[in-house]
Ligand binder design. Structure first.
Ligand SMILES: Nc1ncnc2c1ncn2[C@@H]1O[C@H](COP(=O)(O)OP(=O)(O)OP(=O)(O)O)[C@@H](O)[C@H]1O
Length: 632
């Protein structure tokens, strides 16, 4: 019998972290100007015409429902009077009246909900498109990941935008009904409460409609206390969203990497990490519970005291004989309506803080995207790599010093170097691991601003980059093959022919099969899919970053031969550790470490004595003697 340990529990191994008060205060800020800047754009955009139309219909339906409720209240009086007076004719009339009032309420409620949902989706669609545009433009999605400028952009686009638009509408419509109710009852309360007079420092003071002022004061004080007690909930909701998204992301990562984790027997580590992430959810939840308890205390106290408060306020007039019991009850009921309408803030506080948290997460996300846009716009070639397109046919780099985030500007990863890659040339890039070979490719692709110098690329050419693990979207194999173009970009016969040429003939029958191909295909097959893409797209410049690392030498040679046959004029730039690849190239780019004097051995990224690299270009075929070889 195996002696397996007891089933793992979700108890965290370390004390649960608690969000510090200072951080909570920062993320709970109200930011009214920026929130307005989030709310406004849709309603002033050209797309908002339909939205305004829907909003008007919804507002009309809401007002209609308030009116129907007033009619219904009146119906109650008439119907029960008819019953009391045993007036059958009136009873029948009121029954018919009930039918149409009820039908009108049902129809108005259904359409109000239906159109509200329609408007929510319109607004959300517009905002999602705006956010997606900005996230994709200037490759902000990539920069944000590189600099870790914000957490879980996916959650902000998928969830926060939904909460933001849905709650903005439901809160706005709730506010509107409260205002309408307030307007309907404030006049009545003013009249029935009458004036109150008292002497202050010998002066007789009279307050007309004094119950209205008491209702206002009661609601204002209640709202202020509510906000004072509940404000940290904005930050806690903010964090809760973040921790939930972190947890979900980790679960998805585990799913995506199920095989390597299973092979490593990494379950305990993964489970500990998941438990830790879940622990943060629990810790934050405990804080949320605490503040919600305080808030509920205030809200319940506020609601309960509101029952007795108008009677207490009106009692002096009642006991002095200025008011009848019926009058007292009427005042109390009108006060309840007015105070209820004024209590929109108190009643909606829970939804308001959730909405504000979503708004703050979106504001933060927008800042991150703006800073990515600024990064893209401000490439001055001094502290950032500037990439320009020119009419010259070659790719050229001038004074290019590659760097990485967090490393001092005056100690870049590579010393400045020049490079010129002409059409048809084939460059073999080699050097120690971590020297910045892939970083060079990223810089040439225009997605790596860290460093200095400038790069010019020929316009109207689309260089193609094949990394070690190419991106395979979830979809049909034809879509995977044609990515980033659509599946219809190439005729079916061509796809089959190219698959066969890339030694993937066995996949020709499943071109229409939908799957997560990155989990289904072997790494070697995935690399051949990448070669098939290159053959299909016929780029003028092809960059291969260890793109054959999963292939045997014979297949690797076959892939290079295929590319050179099918794309005879292509400029090829390959990063590879295997020297067998070198023979397909005409030039070499070699990285050599330059260790600062007196610091040999004390290497560390970005620290004192960090290794820099000197990048040297040489010709392989024309001058083999000058070729220093991979070991230098
Ligand atoms: N986003 C980043 N933030 C900080 N450092 C980074 C980042 N991306 C890369 N680096 C660092 O930059 C250095 C160069 O990375 P790069 O991927 O170019 O190495 P490489 O020469 O391609 O290595 P290998 O041969 O192992 O693939 C490495 O030390 C790496 O850790």
């Amino acid at each position: 019998m195996s002696s397996r340990s007891a089933a793992p529990t979700l108890e965290p191994p370390v004390p649960l972290p608690v969000t510090p008060a200072s951080e909570l205060a920062t993320i709970s800020r109200l930011r009214p100007r920026e929130t307005w800047a989030l709310l406004k754009p849709y309603w002033v955009s050209s797309a908002s015409k339909g939205g305004w139309g829907l909003l008007l219909v919804i507002v009309a339906l809401s007002l209609g429902l308030v009116y129907l409720n007033v009619v219904f209240t009146d119906w109650n009086r008439l119907f029960y009077n008819a019953l009391e007076q045993r007036d059958f004719a009136e009873f029948r009339t009121q029954l018919w009246r009930f039918c149409w009032i009820a039908a009108a309420i049902i129809i108005a409620s259904i359409f109000k909900l239906y159109y509200t949902m329609m408007l929510q989706m319109r607004w959300r669609t517009w905002m999602t498109e705006q956010f997606l545009d900005r996230w994709m433009a200037h490759q902000a999605f990539y920069r944000i990941e590189q600099t870790r400028a914000t957490d879980n952009p996916d959650q902000r686009i998928a969830d926060d935008l939904r909460v933001f638009t849905d709650s903005a509408l439901s809160l706005g419509l709730g506010l509107l009904s409260s205002v309408v109710t307030l307007l309907s009852f404030v006049g009545l309360l003013w009249v029935v409460s009458g004036p109150v007079s008292f002497a202050l420092f010998g002066t007789e003071i009279t307050i007309p409609g004094y119950m209205v002022w008491f209702a206002v004061a009661y609601a204002v004080i209640g709202s202020l206390i509510m906000h004072f007690v509940g404000r940290p909930l904005i930050g806690l909701n903010f964090q809760q969203e973040r921790y939930e998204a972190d947890f979900r992301f980790m679960l998805v990562r585990l799913r995506e990497n199920a095989e390597p984790v299973a092979l490593y027997r990494g379950e305990p580590v993964e489970q500990a990490a998941l438990t830790g992430r879940f622990g943060r959810i629990r810790a934050n939840w405990a804080q949320l519970m605490d503040y919600t308890r305080r808030l509920t205390f205030v809200r319940s106290g506020y609601g309960q005291f509101a029952i007795i408060f108008p009677i207490l306020v009106a009692a002096p007039r009642y006991f002095s004989g200025q008011m009848t019991l019926g009058g007292l009850m009427q005042v109390s009921s009108a006060f309840g309506q007015v105070q209820g309408a004024l209590s929109w803030f108190v009643d909606s506080y829970g939804e308001l803080v959730g909405w504000k948290a979503a708004a703050n997460r979106l504001i933060e996300f927008r800042h991150a995207m703006e800073s990515a846009e600024r990064d893209a716009a401000q490439r001055d070639g001094v502290h950032q790599i500037a990439v320009r397109s020119t009419s010259a046919p070659e790719i050229a780099a001038h004074g290019l010093a590659l760097n990485v985030p967090g490393r001092p500007l005056d100690q870049p990863l590579t010393e400045p170097f020049d490079l010129r890659i002409a059409p048809g040339e084939r460059w073999f890039v080699s050097g120690p691991s971590g020297c910045g070979k892939s970083v060079l490719f990223r810089a040439m692709a225009g997605i790596w601003p860290y460093g200095a110098g400038d790069i010019t690329v020929p316009d109207a050419t689309r260089p193609m980059f094949l990394p070690q693990r190419s991106y395979l979207p979830v979809g049909t194999l034809a879509e995977v093959l044609c990515y980033p173009d659509g599946a219809a970009a190439h005729p079916r016969a061509r796809l089959e022919e190219v698959l066969t040429a890339c030694r993937l003939a066995h996949l020709a029958d499943v071109l229409d099969t939908f799957d997560n191909w990155s989990l289904r295909l072997s790494p070697g097959e995935q690399q051949r899919i990448a070669f098939a893409r290159a053959v299909l797209q016929e780029p003028a410049y092809l960059f291969l970053d260890e793109a054959t690392s999963a292939l045997d030498e014979e297949t690797e040679a076959a892939m290079y031969t295929l590319v050179l046959e099918r794309l005879p004029g292509v400029a090829l730039v390959s990063i590879a550790h295997r020297s067998t690849v070198a023979r397909f190239h005409t030039h070499r780019l070699l990285y050599r470490p330059v260790v600062p004097a007196g610091t040999a051995g004390k290497t560390g990224q970005g620290g004192v004595g960090a290794v820099s690299y000197r990048v040297q270009a040489s010709v392989i075929a024309a001058n083999p003697a000058a070729d220093p070889g991979p070991e230098g």
